[in-house]
Design a protein around this ligand. Structure first.
Ligand code: GLP
Length: 241
């Protein structure tokens, strides 16, 4: 893993923007894997700025999101589709039929998982996958214990993840208990991975990632076996308790 240490959240977002804009501008038909959560918001804001300044276009870009809550439809303000539309897609010139966020209200969720995988393959695979990390080491919604061989699947969310994400909902009871998530193998099949880590709340996870062994008990640890991973991490996330 190529670990880039930066001062703070803004610098992390700045560096991530440089990398993503560079890939969009150099690849012929860029395929981006995108993540939700607070971590990549600064990246998306800066990409929009670059778009407004005419420095990048999404005309030829295809995107695949990592995950979606089961039971929330596209119009639900807590769905990841809605998040992506509000934070990025509606501000740039992407063709919405090039956008793939798993459908959390599909009548056949297993089929939805297979289709997400197939669409990724048909697009030629993900060129660069943006990732955040959960406090428990989850990537996408792949909780500890998820097989490294997993493809897109329906997952039961950990209580710690439900609690961490409750801040976006009116009450914790409203947080879905399941999600559709790209699997760990799906993520590892990306040609390049960009992991963003910011804030003290991620310091334990970051220490485990850097110093721990590769184990299904800590999903992000598998990234150490990928040959093209950039981690951009800020000082707070490197604070050793
Ligand atoms: C969520 C998402 C992940 C995200 C992680 C961290 O549960 N499914 O894709 O990386 O949690 O979120 P945040 O960036 O808000 O800390």
């Amino acid at each position: 893993m190529n670990v880039i240490k930066v001062k703070n959240y803004d610098e992390m977002s700045e560096k991530a923007t440089e990398l993503i804009v560079n890939r969009i501008n150099t690849l012929e038909n860029p395929v981006l894997g995108l993540a939700t959560g607070s971590t990549p918001e600064g990246l998306y804001q800066r990409i929009i700025k670059k778009y407004d300044q005419g420095e990048v276009s999404f005309k030829n870009v295809t995107t695949f999101n990592l995950d979606e809550y089961v039971g929330l439809d596209k119009d639900d303000s807590n769905s990841y589709y809605y998040f992506m539309k509000e934070k990025l897609f509606r501000h740039v010139d992407i063709a919405m039929d090039h956008v793939h966020v798993p459908n959390g209200v599909a009548s056949d969720l297993e089929k939805e998982c297979v289709e997400h995988e197939r669409a990724i393959e048909q697009a030629g695979g993900v060129d660069v996958q943006v990732l955040g990390i959960g406090g428990n080491g989850h990537i996408g919604f792949n909780e500890p214990g998820t097989p490294f061989s997993s493809k897109t699947h329906v997952v039961d969310l950990d209580q710690s993840t439900i609690q961490a994400n409750a801040r976006f909902f009116n009450s914790i009871d409203e947080v879905p208990t399941q999600a559709v998530s790209m699997g760990i193998e799906t993520i590892m099949n990306s040609k390049e991975i960009l992991l963003l880590v910011s804030g003290e709340a991620k310091a334990d996870a970051m220490a485990k990632l850097l110093n721990g062994e590769v184990s299904e008990d800590f999903p992000a640890s598998i990234l150490k076996q990928h040959d093209n991973v950039t981690v951009i991490v800020d000082e707070a996330a490197l604070t050793v308790a």
